[in-house]
Design a protein around this ligand. Structure first.
Ligand SMILES: *[C@@H]1O[C@H](CO)[C@@H](O)[C@H](O)[C@H]1NC(C)=O
Ligand SMILES: *[C@@H]1O[C@H](CO)[C@@H](O)[C@H](O)[C@H]1NC(C)=O
Ligand SMILES: *[C@@H]1O[C@H](CO)[C@@H](O)[C@H](O)[C@H]1NC(C)=O
Ligand SMILES: *[C@@H]1O[C@H](CO)[C@@H](O)[C@H](O)[C@H]1NC(C)=O
Length: 412
């Protein structure tokens, strides 16, 4: 089909008219996704579970919006086992992962410079917040809204979301839910677990804000001293966050062994998406993620030659994504969060809502619905002024975080 549509202009023109030889390759395809599964983690044993969406619900695929694609270079580990072993050697024996044998691959990824593509991915991330029996379904182009039987009880453990697929199963989108904490309204059963994970991964030192706080790990050594080994141990032993994500991803590759997988998510789900993208070399679009670069380092993830297949999308009035969610009196701290990290992996599409929309920095602007409705749903004039649809993606190369802390070997 692609071939013929490419030929058409040639055939319909006069044979005698010389035509410039086209060197540009055919347009990458636009994809349509249908909702295929729900995923969750059982509270009892942290097992990943899925629920199938009945085929009757798949009729939405006729109307779901198209998502534009482009090719990107990504780096995949030779196997997950090799990756896990390199991580262990780095963590336990201090061995460098610099010579990790990444496989370079060209893969199909979402076209993150297309506004409507970001919009649809944002909507797909949003639906991960709620189950179909709650009222909170955001209408994905009005046409993603379906009702179907819900075969399992969402439990109290903080991790669930959706799996979308193209009708031919060639591309799969894994959508990870963000934090459903109290300050975003609602709260719900997952809030408690999410809070512990947030504070472990995204605070400078165990969410030690001041003496009134109960730190989430015991690595603070007085003043601004923090024991680095202790921090890393706590992450590995107390946080199921990354292992649950890698299990989920591995389960998905088992179900769809030949598929091209993308991972998307909002907030905490965005941060985990990025960690999975850095691990498995798959395209990621993360919305309003707290800085996850520090978490990647604390987890000793081997660092791929490039993480440009990971794209962050956030705006400047969101204190969680900007890493300004700190200080004893901040709204974040008052809600029991210390979200102090601010550096992101990959590239970032940053909407300057503070300058361009005169928004104040406010945790209430963090929600994905806000981002969908107020930022992505209509053209962004500052980008359009430059003949673009979205702001220019930037690298956060000179990013600094937790600069007042002194990390080192400070045994208790
Ligand atoms: C699926 O995930 C579970 C953990 O929830 C893991 O024990 C199991 O090995 C995984 N299966 C596959 C085929 O990846
Ligand atoms: C939903 O699908 C219908 C039928 O294809 C279409 O007319 C309508 O514009 C779609 N709605 C949205 C919001 O995309
Ligand atoms: C896609 O995967 C589903 C399982 O989720 C399977 O039922 C269906 O037959 C597959 N479709 C194709 C075209 O392979
Ligand atoms: C948007 O904000 C940037 C500064 O971040 C400024 O340079 C630009 O002129 C603004 N554009 C509009 C249309 O307000």
């Amino acid at each position: 089909m692609l071939w013929t549509s490419w030929l058409l202009p040639l055939l319909s023109s006069s044979f005698y008219e010389p035509r410039p030889h086209s060197t540009s390759p055919p347009e990458p395809p636009a994809l349509r996704f249908e909702l295929r599964h729900l995923h969750a983690v059982s509270a009892a044993d942290a097992h990943v579970v899925f629920a199938d969406v009945p085929a009757s619900a798949a009729r939405i695929q006729q109307q779901a919006p198209l998502i534009k694609t482009r090719t990107v270079t990504a780096y995949k580990p030779p196997s997950f086992a090799a990756h896990a072993a390199a991580r262990r050697r780095s963590l336990r024996l201090g061995q460098s992962t610099a010579d990790f044998p990444w496989d370079e691959e060209e893969i199909l990824a979402p076209d993150i410079e297309d506004r409507e593509t970001l919009l649809e991915l944002g909507k797909m991330s949003n639906n991960a917040y709620v189950d179909p029996e709650e009222n909170g379904w955001y209408e994905l182009g009005a046409n993603w809204t379906v009702s179907y039987p819900f075969g399992w009880e969402p439990d109290a453990d903080g991790f669930r979301g959706h799996v979308f697929a193209t009708p031919d199963n060639s591309t799969i989108v894994l959508a990870l839910k963000g934090t459903s904490s109290g300050f975003l309204g609602g709260g719900g059963p997952t809030a408690k677990k999410d809070k512990l994970n947030d504070n472990l991964l995204f605070s400078c030192c165990c969410a030690r804000v001041d003496w009134t706080w109960t730190a989430v790990c015991g690595c603070h050594r007085g003043g601004w001293k923090c024991d680095q080994d202790c921090l890393e141990e706590s992450l590995i032993e107390d946080s199921l966050f990354y292992p649950v994500g890698t299990n989920l991803y591995n389960n998905l590759t088992y179900m769809y062994p030949t598929a091209n997988i993308w991972v998307i998510g909002h907030s905490l789900g965005g941060a985990l998406s990025s960690l999975l993208g850095a691990t498995f070399g798959v395209p990621v679009v993360a919305f309003e993620s707290p800085g996850e670069k520090m978490a990647a380092e604390r987890l000793h993830l081997p660092s791929p030659p490039s993480t440009l297949h990971i794209t962050h999308v956030y705006h400047t009035a969101d204190p969680i994504a900007m890493g300004t969610c700190n200080g004893v009196l901040s709204s974040c701290a008052l809600a029991g969060y210390a979200m102090e990290s601010r550096c992101h992996l990959g590239q970032s599409v940053i909407y300057d809502t503070v300058s361009n929309l005169s928004w104040s920095v406010d945790i209430r602007t963090h929600g994905i619905v806000n981002v969908i409705e107020k930022i992505l749903a209509s053209p962004w004039p500052p980008a359009e002024d430059e003949g673009r649809q979205v702001p220019v993606p930037v690298l956060e190369d000179d990013c600094v975080e937790c600069y007042s802390w002194d990390y080192g070997d400070y045994p208790a």
